[in-house]
Write a protein that binds this ligand. Structure first.
Ligand SMILES: [Zn+2]
Ligand SMILES: [Zn+2]
Length: 167
């Protein structure tokens, strides 16, 4: 059920790919601060080539990440990296409109590709915050999505996942 997805996802190349490498490396540094045992996520928000927000996934405030919960309900009880990055940008008084977000996943100590669009709340946040684009590290390179497209594809993936679960 694609609403009006523009299907404009493209892979970054040239100077944009070089920039993506740089900001993704920074996102990895941020992700490694995550206490989460399951997977560590880092998000960097960039506006006019300047980093305006940084975030990683963690339980709210000083709630500890409980190892036995992590695999099971981490996605529900952690504040996601996207949310923390948006809050960081807002706290810094930055304008999110037209900015570009970069997401990275670190699992088992290694940087992983993550082309699954599975977190609808984060995609909704990206769109609602005014961010213009969102970048994921795919096996084939850095994929950039328009914020609206990112939301609609995430919604679509979620609905497909739901229906294949027979729910
Ligand atoms: Zn966790
Ligand atoms: Zn999320």
């Amino acid at each position: 059920m694609l609403l009006h997805a523009m299907e404009s996802m493209r892979f970054l190349d040239g100077a944009e790919a070089v920039e993506a490498e740089r900001f993704t490396a920074e996102a990895v540094t941020v992700a490694r601060r995550s206490p989460c045992e399951k997977s560590k996520r880092g998000v960097i928000i960039v506006s006019d080539s300047e980093v305006i927000g940084r975030g990683y996934n963690k339980p709210p405030a000083d709630v500890p990440c409980v190892e036995e919960f992590c695999g099971l309900i981490c996605r529900k009880y952690c504040v996601h990296a996207e949310t923390n990055a948006v809050m960081d940008a807002l706290r810094g008084g930055h304008e999110l409109k037209g900015s570009r977000g970069y997401h990275i996943k670190v699992k088992g100590g290694a940087v992983r590709d993550s082309d699954d669009l599975s977190c609808v709340p984060c995609a909704a946040l990206v769109l609602e915050s005014g961010m213009g684009e969102f970048v994921l590290k795919h096996p084939r390179g850095f994929a950039v999505y328009g914020a609206r497209e990112f939301y609609e594809l995430s919604l679509d993936a979620f609905i497909r996942q739901k229906s294949s679960n027979g729910k």
